[in-house]
Ligand binder design. Structure first.
Ligand SMILES: NC(=O)c1ccc[n+]([C@@H]2O[C@H](COP(=O)([O-])OP(=O)(O)OC[C@H]3O[C@@H](n4cnc5c(N)ncnc54)[C@H](O)[C@@H]3O)[C@@H](O)[C@H]2O)c1
Length: 252
């Protein structure tokens, strides 16, 4: 099944973790995939190409408007359209957990610059082309922490709350152009970033897992189906929504 043949998708933060799983999922559906990451994402792109897909890595810091504009220009030059944007890049596991009184102003600003301004810059940069095309799908990656108010991550949770709000604003402004904007709120997922962090100990993961209706660990592949739905024509009359994909932990 190739639901996304002849479509071009940009996935930010696709060098590893959930973003890499998204890139592979989109490629399996026939999309051309642009891996936009500030770390080396060539392995994600090359493994798609080895599997007979079409992909390109473009080094991009999503918090740099200049980088993002250049990445979108490179996408158009190589593939000729931008149909899907998955705003996935964010600072998460590596920022560590701490009381909000211990978060410095600089750290707060850095998290906002990447996690909030980054998706804003990317949405802004692709919207011109999507408006010209009269069609587009934007999928923002929020977090189930927004609905729980998880402690000791105030900067991160606040940034993801802004993503839920931004999704609604973008949906209202872009609806007349036939561009849908939705979000996914993942639960704690065993991504590369999480696996490398002592803050997410086996005890922490088990406690989190026990709050779910479906009591098992969440892996990046668990998010791919929802992302493909929101990237495909199957969701063309749905916009401004945030879907929790977390094994039934938060329900709203
Ligand atoms: N893993 C989880 O438990 C979880 C839960 C809820 C939401 N999320 C969200 O899912 C997304 C992916 O998370 P993950 O766990 O796979 O993360 P990860 O740390 O494994 O990967 C993040 C990727 O984003 C890239 N990145 C970071 N800052 C960037 C920037 N400024 N410009 C370009 N690329 C940048 C990194 O280089 C990395 O490749 C994030 O938005 C995260 O907030 C994750």
């Amino acid at each position: 099944m190739t639901r996304l043949a002849n479509k071009t998708a940009i996935v930010t933060g696709a060098a590893q973790g959930i973003g890499a799983a998204f890139a592979h999922g989109l490629a399996r559906e026939g999309a051309n995939v642009v891996v936009a990451d500030w770390n080396d994402g060539s392995e994600t792109a090359n493994s798609i190409i080895r599997a007979n897909g079409a992909a390109m890595y473009v080094k991009t810091d999503v918090s740099s408007a200049k980088d993002v504009r250049a990445m979108v220009a490179a996408t158009l030059e190589k593939f000729g359209s931008v149909d899907i944007l998955v705003n996935n890049a964010a600072l998460f596991a590596k920022i560590g957990t701490k009381k909000f009184t211990e978060i410095s102003s600089e750290e707060f600003d850095q998290v906002m610059a990447v996690n909030v301004r980054g998706p804003f810059e990317c949405a802004k940069a692709v919207s011109e082309q999507m408006i010209k095309q009269g069609y587009g799908k934007i999928v923002n990656i929020a977090s189930s922490t927004v609905f729980k108010g998880v402690p000791n991550l105030l900067h991160y949770v606040s940034s993801k709350g802004a993503i839920v709000a931004m999704t609604r604003c973008l949906a209202r402004e872009l609806g007349e152009h036939n561009i849908t904007v939705n979000a996914i709120a993942p639960g704690l997922t065993m991504s590369d970033g999480v696996l490398g962090q002592p803050d997410y100990s086996p005890e922490y993961v088990t406690q989190n897992m026990n709050g779910r209706a479906l009591k098992r660990k969440q892996i990046p592949a668990d998010l791919v189906g929802a992302m493909l739905f929101l990237s495909s024509p199957d969701s063309d009359f749905m916009t401004g929504q945030t879907m929790a994909v977390d094994g039934g932990n938060v329900m709203h």
